[in-house]
Design a binder for this molecule. Sequence first.
Ligand code: FES
Length: 248
Amino acid sequence: MVVLTRSGYSNAPQSQLDRMVAMVQARHPALLVLGAWVDQAAPSLPEALSACAAAGAQRVLVLPIFLPTDANLHTWLAKVIRRWQEGHTSVAVTLGESLVETPALAEALNQAVAQASTAPDLRESPPTNWEHDPAGWSHIPAHQQHVLLCRGPRCNALGAGALAAHLAGCLTAHGLRGGDERVLVAQTGCLYPCNLGPVLVVYPAGVWYGGLDEAAISQIVTQHFIDGEVVEAHARLVPAPDTTRSPA
Ligand code: FES
């Protein structure tokens, strides 16, 4: 079984997903239960399905536990599963309904209301120094190049999680994670051209790269970030030179 949820931001609350997986596992001790993320974190749904298949599963239930559920996303998840099944024809996969369709949800919400209504006013016993905003939140890190690495649902399903780790390793190996030559990486939600995924954009060059794998990332780091040359094989959009500007 795959318990599937969303992160929405890069620091995925892994421990909470782990707890939910443990709860399901406790009720179904004979089954393998794994957690997976639609976006921003790993493992992705295809990665979790592959882990189930590697463990010998012949039938997998995918249980989306995020709320609310976008109908388009649910349709797309079915597509991701069908694509995965093209390479795993012996594994049956069932996609559960949204939690909104679960009758017990109303009861769970009512319990949450009862709990919240007895909780104290937040002004009671505030933590020390609660108004402090760390200075780092006002500081734009020095960088020469800014990289947007898509971790939206589609790029995540295409392996962007492993690419993020590989990119971080390459930047460290080449000394590009700090100092004046720093390449600043931001992992983002969907950047739109999902069919070109996994997608990465480099500024200030304005070059969009797509169809990435680890070899392509390694090449982009050395050829583009260090040598300043676009990696044509993976470039999907390179801005034309601005000829309307007159020289200063
Ligand atoms: S999910 Fe990456 S471009 Fe849409």
